[in-house]
Write a protein of this length. Sequence first.
Length: 304
Amino acid sequence: MQQREETSFLPKDPYHTPGYGGFCPQFKYQIGQTFGRTTRRLLQDEEVPTSGRLVLSEIRRPIDQDNQEEMKKADLFRSRGRSLGDQKLTEKMVPGYTGFIPKSQHYFGNRYAVNCRNSIADFEFDHQKHDQKLRELKVIGDVQTGKLLPSPELPPIKSRYVTPLKRVTIEPVSARVPGTARSVQAPVSPYQLPNEDPMKNFMSGYTGFVPRSRGIIGMSYPIITHEALNTFSNETYRSKMLSQQPVNLHQEEQKIVNMKQIYPKETGLVPHYTGHIPGQKFRYGNTFGHGTEDALHHALTQSS
């Protein structure tokens, strides 16, 4: 490989090229020299704190490292347990598959098959790591309770405490808030508070569902939720009380109202009525409404 010819115009490596916009430690306190010479001196100064890594690194990783990672991924795919049905997540996914692939949202910039392979391998690694922690936790519990005897074959116990934990006090002391004499109580749901409690509401910004709040407007959100929760509590209490009462199957007879009456007795017909009115052609001098009052009775009287 042909080496670059050394010239007196360019400083020796390492240095930053003029126009470099990245961070260079202590650069803003340096004056009197060119950008290249200043950055070279700062990069070689041991008293200036640096990360110890070069700004420009190799674009491609070493071949040995790539082979090791590919071998690890292949081992993960081989160690996957066979499912009861079809094994959809395989080592070679075909482009066009529209099903869910775990952790695929974190991998991009490569071909579909490569992204799927990396995401499935990552998911399988987390899954095996979780199973391993569960097995270690079971072994720790069995050893500490005496179900298993310690032996060289068992994994080392990493727990700092022995279960069951020893009681420090005879009776637990309730926590108290500094400056108050009342002990701290566990938070109670607004649904369980009485209607008179002013804390029976939801804070502004709550995005959950509040029953019976849709029809209440014109007030602040805490007042709206307070009224809605009171209404919901009353309806719930009423429904619970009704469920405890005996069921009455007797139904009172309701008076059937004749809704198909053509000639009303108390009022006249609506103007522009185009149906037949008995004796209407013999009556005149009144409005249509007055002339049609109890029209059927007048027709029967005139005929008799």
